[in-house]
Design a binder for this molecule. Structure first.
Ligand code: ADP
Ligand code: MG
Length: 405
């Protein structure tokens, strides 16, 4: 009988790549300097910036990095908790509830570290049941929470966590919030979730930043922070998560292949790095596709040429179609205008090509917000994602195909 540790015979042609959302890659390329800086930050009792913000386009590896931060934080003695924010957290009340629940869960861990007795006592103090049963009757207790300001309610939970963590001898507690660009202040609706969160953090971190936050999201998060608080710049160390540099993109392909006993011809790796522009999701996708379709240990450039159409078709379905769909009809018209140009366009180019479309500037602003378009220089716009222009140029054909599905 084979030993349990022996690799099954089929494994020499394993596929090490992991295209997906927040899926840790087989080799985390090009992030060593940032991770080292993050680990330094965790050892500093009074860092220059008490919090971090990670911004970047979709598919650049933010969620993966946030997970790595949490793992390293825990190993360095921090209590870490990650959360993916959603649209509902634009409502202050929902954000207060979510942060409160996160504080509760970390406080429980602190109390477990400090001794069980306290857990019960604090549990009654800070955890506020929404509905308690008195005999047969459900009662919704009237707490003072609805009357206090959201910033105050947030600060209360964070301060309680701060006290709890101080009792444990641990360095501190770290909240890691993904998709944080969704937290926008909205004057019209009278909702200020982001301002409230920043105000609460500022208050709790005044003496010692034992409770810290890492916010992660699309590039608009940077602007939202600036709008929310003029001093947000002092509260956050900004890290940009971008495409991998050439050498790192090579490693992102080469290291997992070597580990799995496979290889890509050097000119093929060069092609993939160039075509994907080091965009992490595409590196995983191209690598994964070729490994799954080529039944030989070494994949050659000719294999890629033969499979390229099939690969692009899969990529359209797996990646581009959704992005095109979320742009909406007006956004799609703008994208199509942009695709007709070989390079970046000006707002005027777009307006001229779409005389019938009202509020072109707003449509473009929404594309920017969604990370489909970026501004390479003032007044010029280009596609934020590699290969998106080529996708749009194939688009009429594709739409027919997918309609026929
Ligand atoms: N540093 C990296 N090296 C190689 N692949 C990566 C790297 N970072 C992310 N990836 C891969 O890219 C894809 C997208 O990562 P993800 O964290 O979901 O991006 P984001 O949160 O920015 O949208 C995943 O398949 C992941 O495995
Ligand atoms: Mg993500």
């Amino acid at each position: 009988m084979a030993e349990p540790s022996a690799k099954p015979r089929t494994e020499p042609l394993a596929n090490p790549f992991r295209p997906g959302n927040g899926v840790p890659p087989p080799y985390l390329a090009g992030r060593d300097a940032l991770l080292a800086e993050f680990e330094r930050f965790l050892t500093e009792p009074h860092p220059v910036h008490a919090n971090w913000v990670l911004t970047g386009l979709r598919g650049t590896g933010k969620t993966v990095l946030l997970g790595e931060f949490a793992g390293r934080g825990e190993r360095a003695g921090w209590l870490c908790l990650g959360r993916e924010l959603g649209d509902r957290h634009r409502d202050e009340a929902k954000l207060v509830e979510a942060v409160g629940a996160d504080c509760d869960s970390l406080i429980r861990r602190c109390d477990a570290l400090a001794g069980v007795g306290q857990a019960v006592e604090r549990g009654l103090r800070f955890l506020r049941p929404r509905r308690v049963m008195v005999g047969e009757i459900g009662v919704e207790p009237a707490y003072d929470a609805p009357t206090i300001e959201p910033a105050e309610a947030l600060a209360e939970g964070l301060a309680e966590l701060d006290r709890a963590v101080a009792n444990t001898g641990r360095h501190g507690a770290l909240l890691l919030y993904d998709e944080a660009h969704l937290l926008t202040d909205d004057r019209r609706r009278g909702q200020y979730p982001l301002s409230s969160l920043l105000a609460a953090l500022g208050r709790v971190q005044r003496d010692a930043p034992r409770v810290r936050i890492v916010l992660c999201g699309l590039p608009t998060l940077t602007l939202n922070l600036k709008r929310a608080r003029t001093y947000a710049e002092r509260m956050f160390r900004h890290a940009l998560v971008a495409n991998l540099e050439r050498g790192d993109a090579w490693d992102a392909l080469g290291v997992p292949l070597a580990g799995g006993g496979r290889s890509f011809a050097l000119d093929l790796v060069g092609d993939i790095v160039a075509v994907t522009d080091g965009y992490p999701y595409f590196l995983q996708f191209f690598g994964g596709f070729l490994c799954s379709r080529v039944p030989r240990p070494t994949v050659e450039r000719a294999d890629f040429a033969a499979l390229e159409q099939a690969l692009l078709y899969e990529l359209d379905l797996a990646f581009f179609e959704d992005r095109y769909a979320v742009a909406g009809p007006a956004g799609q018209r703008v994208l199509e205008v942009m695709a007709r140009h070989a390079r970046s366009v000006t707002a005027l180019d777009i307006r001229r090509s779409l005389p019938e479309t009202a509020n072109v500037d707003q449509v473009v602003a929404r594309l920017l917000e969604r990370g489909l378009v970026f501004r390479p220089s003032r007044g010029r716009y280009d596609f934020a994602l590699p290969l998106f222009r080529a996708y749009l140029r194939r688009q009429p054909n594709l739409t027919q195909l997918s309609r026929g599905r």
